[in-house]
Design a protein around this ligand. Structure first.
Ligand code: OGA
Ligand code: MN
Length: 193
C-alpha cells in the first residue's frame, strides 16, 4: 500500500500511523527537550553558506539525540521496521534514518524548497510525522507537495499522520499556521556515492 503509492506517485500519506497515546508521549518528549534548551532556530543552505532566514524558514528544530526517551525508542523501532519494509518492497537500499523535531510558531512557514539543495545526496526518502492533536483545517499549516507540472497536493498536519515522499527533486512548502505546529521530520538515507 505504502510501497505502491510511493512507486506510483512518489509520495504516500497514512493517517493514524501514530495513535493518540503515541502522539501524546512524543509531545511530552518534545516539551522535555525544549525545556532543556535543545531546540535551535533552523538554518537553510549547507556548509559555510548555512544561514538563518526566518522569513524563508521559521521553525526551530531538535535532533533526536541521546538520551533517547522510551517513546522515542519505540518510534525509532517502528521506523526501523518501516525502513526494512521499504527495502524489501521497493529495493531502495536505505541504510539508516536521521530524525528531528520541528516546531513552527504561529505565522511561521518554510517556503517552497527541495530537501537536497545540493543535488543528489544521501537523503532518499523524506518523512514527516505530525504531533498536533485536534488540528482543525482552519488552523492552516498545510504541507504543499508540488508536482512537476505545477499542480499540488495539500496535506493537513493532523496528529498521527505520516507523510513519506521521495526526496530528490520534490518541491514542497509549509504554509503558515495560526497555532503552533509540531512535527517530527526525518530522512531515510543511502550510502554516499
Ligand atoms: C522540512 C519540511 C514539512 C512539514 O522540514 O524540510 O519540509 O510538513 N517539513 O513539516
Ligand atoms: Mn522539506
Amino acid at each position: 500500500m505504502r510501497a505502491e503509492a510511493l512507486a506510483a506517485q512518489g509520495y504516500c500519506i497514512e493517517d493514524e500511523f501514530l495513535d493518540a497515546a503515541e502522539v501524546e508521549a512524543l509531545l511530552e518528549c518534545l516539551y522535555l527537550r525544549r525545556d532543556r534548551g535543545e531546540f535551535a532556530s533552523a538554518a537553510i543552505g549547507a556548509g559555510r553558506s548555512l544561514q538563518q532566514r526566518p522569513a524563508v524558514r521559521g521553525d526551530a528544530t531538535c535532533w533526536l539525540k541521546e538520551p533517547i526517551e522510551a517513546a522515542e525508542r519505540a518510534l525509532l523501532q517502528r521506523l526501523e521496521n518501516l525502513r526494512l519494509e521499504l527495502n524489501r518492497t521497493l529495493f531502495l537500499g536505505l541504510l539508516d534514518i536521521e530524525v528531528h523535531y520541528a516546531s513552527y510558531p504561529p505565522g511561521a512557514r518554510y517556503v517552497r524548497h527541495v530537501d537536497q539543495p545540493q543535488g543528489r545526496n544521501q537523503r532518499q526518502l523524506s518523512l514527516v510525522l505530525y504531533l498536533n492533536p485536534d488540528w482543525n483545517e482552519l488552523d492552516g499549516g498545510e504541507l504543499k507537495l508540488y508536482e512537476s507540472d505545477g499542480r499540488c497536493h495539500e496535506v493537513v498536519p493532523k496528529g498521527g499522520r505520516l507523510v513519506l515522499f521521495r526526496t530528490e527533486g520534490r518541491e514542497h512548502e509549509v504554509l503558515a499556521a495560526r497555532r503552533e505546529r509540531l512535527s517530527l521530520t526525518g530522512w531515510f538515507r543511502v550510502r554516499s556515492a
